[in-house]
Design a protein around this ligand. Structure first.
Ligand SMILES: Cc1cc2nc3c(=O)[nH]c(=O)nc-3n(C[C@H](O)[C@H](O)[C@H](O)COP(=O)(O)OP(=O)(O)OC[C@H]3O[C@@H](n4cnc5c(N)ncnc54)[C@H](O)[C@@H]3O)c2cc1C
Length: 257
């Protein structure tokens, strides 16, 4: 509800179950009102409380979407995630968290159990333009988004998905149209954010002609290099690609308050 000062309370989602998807990905199923679930994606700005905080001091949200933080310490971090599945009728939303070992969101997800809460400060779309040929490039953090893109693509869509994960144990089943080739790239012992697998794989491709859209979500430095390749060698303009850093090696996305 929006108060006369233009500020509204954040939606709060409550964990109903957690499950291991792979050794480093934990699926958290949350429940909320139909409206809150419908508004929590596809990309979602989560308000992540400190682990075990029974009564988080939530911020409020201004009319323009700005988060208005409470005065003083609150321990809440704002992080971007992807609703892998939203079911407003059942009041359920699923989010897959990479347990990368550091940071408030990964710590929250590792400890999450039924009854834990998350706030929702806003949402966005996946910035995809449907095209007859898609290039999808990502790592574990963008698999939920790429999964949604593939699941929602026209059955006649062709393309290539280049997906970097640690090893075969981190691969996940994807519902891709028959014409989309899914290629898993294993970084093995190389730490996340330090491999050049995605950059090299895109550099090795010959740009296809025709109606192409490229979607890239991975570590920021890799995304920057791939974006440059797509803009120069592939000649893709703004409407032909969406390439954004999903995380930054060695840097938190924003401090917790
Ligand atoms: C639109 C969008 C959607 C996203 N969707 C998802 C999603 O569905 N699932 C998901 O898991 N992530 C997703 N991410 C990525 C997620 O927001 C970042 O990984 C974020 O940094 C996690 O916050 P944190 O509090 O755990 O770590 P932070 O406090 O941000 O970072 C702490 C430390 O952890 C490191 N770090 C952060 N992420 C990783 C990683 N994946 N591997 C190794 N080290 C890491 C940082 O470099 C830093 O050193 C998405 C990002 C965007 C922009």
């Amino acid at each position: 509800m929006t108060a006369p000062d233009g500020l509204r309370e954040v939606d709060v989602l409550t964990v109903v179950s957690v499950a291991a998807v792979t050794p480093t990905v934990r699926r958290v199923t949350l429940t909320g009102t139909a409206e809150a679930v419908a508004a929590a994606g596809p990309t979602v700005n989560l308000l992540v409380p400190r682990v075990g905080d029974p009564a988080p001091r939530w911020p409020q949200v201004a009319r323009d979407g700005r988060v208005v933080w409470p005065i003083g310490a609150h321990g809440i971090a704002l992080r971007s995630y992807t609703a892998r599945r939203q079911d407003p009728e059942r009041g359920e939303v699923e989010i897959d968290f990479v347990l990368h070992g550091d940071g408030p969101a990964a710590a929250w997800a590792a400890a999450a159990e039924p009854g834990a809460v998350l706030g929702v400060a806003g949402s966005g779309d996946l910035a995809l333009r449907p095209a007859s040929w898609l290039l999808l490039v990502g790592d574990e953090t963008s698999l939920p988004a790429i999964n949604r893109i593939l699941a929602e693509a026209e059955p006649t869509t062709g393309g290539l998905a280049l997906l970097e994960v640690a090893g075969p144990e981190e691969e996940q089943p994807l519902a891709a149209p028959a014409g989309v080739t899914v290629r898993w790239l294993h970084r093995g012992g190389t730490p996340p954010g330090e491999s050049t697998l995605l950059v090299d794989a895109v550099a090795a491709l010959d740009p296809p002609g025709g109606d192409v859209f490229a979607w890239v979500g991975a570590e920021s430095a890799a995304v920057r290099t791939i974006r440059t390749d797509l803009r120069s060698r592939w000649g893709l303009g703004r409407s032909g690609h969406h390439a954004i850093g999903y995380w930054r090696r060695g840097r938190a996305m924003s401090p917790a308050g």
